[in-house]
Ligand binder design. Structure first.
Ligand code: SAH
Ligand code: SF4
Length: 374
């Protein structure tokens, strides 16, 4: 395959293989190779502000930098590459054109999905962190497909750039207004891929580059306790969402097997520690399943569980997946649930329902044949 690539494709791949490096790492690499680190800023801007896909004809880049890029191309050509290439295989737009889903093909032939949600004047990218997921939550299509592998930081950065309309294959990605938010709510469990996720977020939030503000980046976890504590201890500046879905251990374990490993008491201790250390409010996600966790009593139990905490509750309607028979709570039940939570003094919102016609809703991402035909 490598031999069939055009020269410009090879250069594109070489640039993409830089996406996993933080500014500091890129600067150190240039310096090691005898290029003054002051040129890092130029390269960084070209990659992340302009979405440079080729340096051919870029006479504005100093010769030393262009020579370095040629050398870099030689050193990464032929090898398996790290992030290598990520390409939009297909992009589908929802009927209302507010939600788009890109299917990405990785260098080793895996597929992951990225969702872009458009709001007036801004966009949110919903990024995948793993191919599949090992956590096995029963109502989630990604969980139903099992675990493939972790994505590299570069593969996550590539998703963000594409969502922004930059990087490879301009014109095929969802275009439009500027990217404001990044949420790690695509395929995979971000805190099971901690190092690469944090590296990607450092790159994406760099002010001289993509520049998505850290507080506009949300890490969503099913409740990986060591990861939550680590984020707090390292003072990571991102927002944290914890997927709760039940406020009682037996109920939660039946939906989220991970609860057997880190039961509610431990999870809530980690959340309190997180708030203490970071002074930040945590978003608790609750997917409403009819007859399972949508009663007023469930809402009261949730409010009791979170009492005294700096919390925000985000209710999600259940989206259909092939492997789970449950259905979403009704709008009335969702409103009633919200009222109980709010009366208990906790801010509570119901997430907008979108992208479901193209299987881009929460929990619908999977790259089995079934959803590929969507
Ligand atoms: N692994 C992380 C992030 C990805 S899932 C996590 O679990 O938090 C993003 C959110 O979608 C989670 O809150 C998850 O519980 C929810 N979700 C999963 N399947 C869903 C479905 N079928 N309908 C609605 N929400 C779902
Ligand atoms: Fe994985 Fe999150 Fe889906 Fe659970 S809900 S299987 S943790 S992606």
């Amino acid at each position: 395959m490598e031999g069939m690539l055009s020269e410009s494709d090879r250069r594109l791949r070489a640039l993409q293989s830089l996406y996993g490096k933080t500014f500091g790492e890129l600067s150190a690499q240039l310096e090691r190779d005898g290029v003054r680190p002051v040129h890092t800023r130029t390269l960084w801007r070209a990659l992340y502000r302009e979405g440079m896909t080729d340096w051919e004809g870029r006479t504005d880049l100093v010769p030393a930098l262009r020579r370095w890029l040629e050398q870099w191309l030689e050193s990464v050509s032929g090898g398996s590459g790290e992030a290598g290439v990520m390409r939009w295989e297909a992009v589908v737009h929802s009927a209302d054109e507010r939600t788009s889903k890109g299917v990405f093909r990785t260098r080793d032939g895996r597929e992951v999905e990225t969702v872009v949600m458009a709001y007036p004047g801004r966009r949110t990218a919903c990024v995948s962190t793993q191919v599949g997921c090992a956590m096995g939550c029963v109502f989630c299509a990604t969980g139903q497909m099992g675990f493939g592998r972790n994505l590299s930081a570069g593969e996550m950065v590539a998703q963000v750039l594409a969502a922004q309309g930059l990087g490879a294959e301009a014109g095929t990605q969802p275009g439009g207004a500027g990217l404001r938010n990044v949420v790690l709510m695509g395929m995979g469990e971000p805190l099971q891929n901690y190092e690469e996720v944090m590296r990607a977020l450092e790159i994406v939030s760099d002010r001289g580059g993509v520049n998505v503000g850290p507080s506009r980046i949300c890490v969503s976890t099913v409740g990986v306790v060591p990861g939550i504590v680590r984020m707090a201890e390292e003072r990571r500046p991102y927002a944290l969402a914890v997927s709760l879905h039940a406020a009682e251990d037996a109920e939660r374990s039946a939906l989220l097997p991970v609860n057997q490993r880190w039961p509610l008491a431990e999870l809530l201790d980690a959340c309190r520690r997180y708030s203490e250390l970071t002074q930040k409010r945590i978003i608790f996600s609750w997917t409403l399943i009819e007859g399972r966790n949508d009663s007023a009593e469930h809402a009261q139990r949730l409010a009791r569980l979170l009492r005294g905490m700096q919390a925000h509750v985000n209710l999600i309607r259940l989206n259909a997946t092939g492997g789970f028979p449950g259905t979403s709570a009704s709008d009335r039940a969702a409103e009633a649930f919200r009222a109980v939570v709010q009366e208990a003094g906790l801010p509570c919102t119901i997430r907008q329902y979108r992208g479901v016609d193209v299987a881009a809703g929460c929990g619908q991402l999977s790259t089995s044949r079934r959803s590929r035909s969507a």
